[in-house]
Design a protein around this ligand. Structure first.
Ligand SMILES: Nc1nc2c(ncn2[C@@H]2O[C@H](COP(=O)(O)OP(=O)(O)OP(=O)(O)O)[C@@H](O)[C@H]2O)c(=O)[nH]1
Ligand SMILES: [Mg+2]
Length: 426
């Protein structure tokens, strides 16, 4: 089944905890701490797979998780790192935070591979926490947390030119004529159900990508016909070809058709209306030369600002000038490829939890805990002068000193931060 949307839950691996152990040797009654570090948790990575063209792999399974890092061991043994989870997606897949709709990653062009959720870092073993006052630290750092997130995957194909129009006007016929693509063509509505890409080769080795999409009808934005969700596939295009049945084979009025489709385009996304739009009256083989002139005139009068071409996708009439015009429009296109910027970094979810708590335990000790504190303790050496100055500044800048005072701390009271215990003096 073709799918261009999927909602899944992804989870990175938790970091392995640091280990608490002490060296045991003959004749050495109390060896130093030798607890090793935990392994890093696995990342969740998205990667473009050129062999894929849709997201159906993600329709049947909801949860995807990387594995956790293993705990450190005694004798300074490092825990095994968790395995990364690599999720393959077709090029053009946009990964969004499901809750907010903000873009996390656009798997397009140069962005072949992106770490979307980082695994938790491995916790440091107690071998790192020995100080002159604490030679047998019973503390090791827990592994960093995993992140779980629901994400929306949306395929927005990368095409230069998009074909829009009512059903049955000949969009797929035109694509098959211009490119090596083989879309289904038939004389009924909604023959095309999924977007199809084709490459139009130009003389000088250049070319462009054209996207054929399902037909639109009045009310598509309210879900009539196939709806209008598939318009996401022309969001990145630079030029739109608006096809109409110039011969009115089904008795419809091409001018009205164009207006109707444009209303549906703007209901989907106003940005689509700012793209250059070339009007293409198709099926000209089915009318007399006089009728052809009349149709062209009528379209010019109704849409004086648009370029208008009359063609026959079946006979090939009028197609070369149309392609030259499209190529010129693309040449003149000043903007960059439409690539979505990252608006949301899942690592921020952890930063929000970066605060700390201050509590007084039964022994009257002031216990300060929180991921930020842990992190800081993991990376500084409090015995060095530099480390100690950093530590003091950290307590002040993070508002921890203030908080302790508010909780009523007095000189000489004990402060406990994981393995670090010290007396409070101003
Ligand atoms: N006479 C004539 N018939 C055409 C021309 N182009 C397409 N047709 C016919 O119109 C019918 C519809 O063509 P498609 O290419 O499937 O139309 P479409 O716009 O892709 O239709 P949907 O996928 O349903 O939106 C087919 O029977 C084609 O043979 C043309 O230039 N002249
Ligand atoms: Mg079609």
């Amino acid at each position: 089944m073709f799918a261009d949307r999927a909602k899944i839950i992804i989870k990175s691996g938790k970091g392995g905890d640091g280990h608490v152990s002490f060296r045991r040797e003959k004749f050495v009654p109390a060896g130093g701490p030798d607890g090793g570090d935990g392994g890093k948790g696995g990342d969740v990575v998205f990667e473009i797979d050129n062999g894929m063209n849709n997201l159906s792999d993600y329709r049947h399974r909801r949860k995807f998780a990387a594995t956790a890092g293993e705990e450190g061991g005694k004798k300074k043994c490092h825990g095994k790192n968790g395995t990364d989870l690599v999720l393959k997606v077709p090029e053009g897949t946009v990964v969004k935070d499901a809750a907010s709709g903000k873009v996390i990653a656009d798997m397009s062009r140069d962005n072949r591979r992106q770490i979307v959720l980082k695994g938790g870092r491995g916790g440091l073993g107690n071998m790192h926490f020995a100080t002159s006052t604490m030679q047998a630290p019973k503390y090791a750092q827990p592994g960093g947390p995993s992140i779980e997130l629901e994400v929306q995957l949306e395929l927005k194909v990368l095409a230069d030119v998009g074909l829009v129009g009512f059903p049955n006007v000949g969009k797929s016929t035109l694509l098959s004529r211009l490119t090596n693509a083989n879309p289904e063509i038939a004389n009924y509505h909604f023959t095309t159900l999924n977007p199809i890409l084709g490459v139009v080769d130009l003389e000088d080795g250049k070319g462009f990508v054209m996207a054929d999409i399902p037909g639109l009808i009045e009310g598509a934005s309210e879900g009539v016909g196939l709806g209008h969700e598939f318009l996401r596939h022309i969001e990145r295009t630079k030029v739109l070809l608006h096809l109409v049945d110039g011969a009115s084979v089904e008795g419809r009025d091409p001018v009205e058709d164009i207006k109707t489709i444009n209303e549906e385009l703007s209901a989907y996304n106003m940005d689509l209306m700012s793209k250059p739009q070339i009007i293409v009256a198709n099926k000209m083989d089915a009318v007399s030369p006089e009728e052809k002139e009349a149709i062209l005139q009528k379209l010019h009068d109704a849409f004086p600002d648009n370029k208008i071409f009359v063609i026959s996708a079946v006979s090939g009439e009028g197609i070369d000038p149309l392609i030259r015009e499209v190529a010129a429009e693309l040449e003149a296109y000043q903007g960059e490829d439409i690539i979505y910027e990252q608006e949301f970094d899942p690592s921020d979810l952890l930063a929000e939890e970066g605060s700390y708590t201050v509590e007084i335990n039964e022994d009257g000790e002031y216990v300060v805990e929180g991921p930020k504190i842990e992190k800081m303790l993991g990376y500084i050496n409090i015995d060095s002068e530099k480390g100690f100055i950093f530590f003091q500044r950290f307590l002040k800048e993070q508002g921890i000193l203030k908080e302790l005072e508010e909780k009523g701390i007095q000189e000489g009271d004990t402060v406990r931060m994981y393995g670090l215990v010290f007396d409070y003096y101003k």
